[in-house]
Ligand binder design. Structure first.
Ligand code: ASP
Length: 353
């Protein structure tokens, strides 16, 4: 009888303690560091010169202790470069690791620290191949960690705050910088030095960060992550796609050189509504006849690249990138080439992603 009572007391105590422990458990967020200005060190607090990718991921985490109130944080250095040096191979490494981590039940979200120069490209790449609806947030800074009023710590804190919020689930890969949330499909670095550098020029911000909480004002409009037909499983490389830039008087040297050197697809960043001049139109038409798909994008940063305006894409077998910048059109074309060479099927992809 004595024994029984003891057992009952122990069970009751455990019943009280276990829920308390569960309630205290914080979400687990992995910070994957890739370099960039956010890990940069300058000569002084006021100098604008600095070396990117110097500060380790552990240092980034310990310099923002406030975020440990929001989540349990684990850090990993995946690559360590200024983002102008990021390669397709780096994207495959980052995407592979994100997929591995998010497949684990104990991981709530992944935050990736990254240089801002190519952040929108990495974000869009991930948006096409991450097989999870858990939040994936890219974050960086415009000022190095040593700067007076460095923007990195607040940006990382906000990124973690967005990552752990349940309203961020299913929104695809996002960029959090300067209190704003951009979807990967629309984010564009628009200013070379200003803190407010990322804009979503076609669809607008997904939302804002206010008082450590994301306030969403819309959902992403394009297919992403678990709804994407693309995958990096068993992939070691992607077909080479180059971008050729249009300007007044440009000749067809770059298109011809790309074709002669075995390029698998071409994105032409045309003027205005993605227009190539006559020389390049002819060179691109020849590329299509040789089996090299061509996508028309534009150097004009805002607005759709529409089919059938000044140029009938069907006549030449081109696809139009619609709202994709030349850089993102290149990524989508690389993935499209893993599935098809049919321009109409590619056009479907450019309308959907
Ligand atoms: N060049 C740097 C980078 O992209 C700039 C930055 O991080 O803001 O790595």
């Amino acid at each position: 009888m004595q024994m029984k009572r003891k057992t009952i007391i122990i069970i009751c105590l455990m019943g009280l303690l276990i829920p308390a422990t569960i309630a205290q458990q914080k979400p687990l967020v992995y910070i994957l560091a890739t370099g960039g200005t956010i890990a940069g060190v300058g000569a002084s607090e006021t100098s604008s010169g600095y070396n990117a990718g110097v500060v380790s991921v552990d240092k980034i985490i310990t310099s923002v202790p406030e975020m440990l109130k929001l989540a349990e944080i684990k850090g990993e250095q995946v690559v360590n470069v200024p983002s102008q040096d990021i390669t397709v191979n780096d994207w495959l490494i980052i995407a592979g690791r994100v997929n591995e981590l998010l497949a684990r039940q104990d991981v709530t979200a992944v935050v990736i620290t990254h240089g801002t120069d190519t952040m929108e490209e990495t974000a869009y790449f991930l948006n096409l191949v991450i097989k999870s609806d858990k939040p994936v947030i890219l974050v960086g800074s415009m000022r190095p960690s040593t700067a007076l009023s460095a923007d990195g710590p607040m940006n990382v804190y906000d990124a973690v705050a967005v990552a752990v919020d349940s309203s961020s689930v299913g929104k695809g890969v996002m960029i959090v910088m300067d209190d704003k949330i951009c979807s990967a499909d629309d984010a564009l670095k628009m200013m070379t030095t200003s803190l407010e550098t990322f804009h979503c020029p076609n669809y607008g911000y997904l939302g804002y960060v206010y008082d450590s909480k994301p306030i969403y004002t819309r959902n992403p409009v394009k297919k992403h992550t678990i709804h994407s037909e693309f995958s990096i499983e068993d992939m070691v490389a992607l077909p080479r796609v180059d971008i050729v830039y249009g300007y007044a008087g440009v000749d067809s040297l770059f298109v011809t050189t790309a074709v002669d050197n075995g390029v698998k697809g071409i994105v032409y960043a045309g003027v205005g509504n993605g227009n190539p001049n006559t020389q390049n139109l002819n060179a691109l038409a020849r590329a299509v006849k040789k089996g090299i798909p061509v996508v028309r994008a534009a150097r004009t940063p805002i607005g759709p690249i529409t089919q059938y305006d000044e140029l009938n894409d069907d006549k030449y077998g081109f696809s139009a990138s619609w709202f994709k910048s030349p850089e993102k059109a290149r990524i989508l074309l690389m993935f499209a080439l893993t599935k098809t060479k049919d321009y109409k099927e590619m056009q479907r992809m450019f309308l959907e992603y």
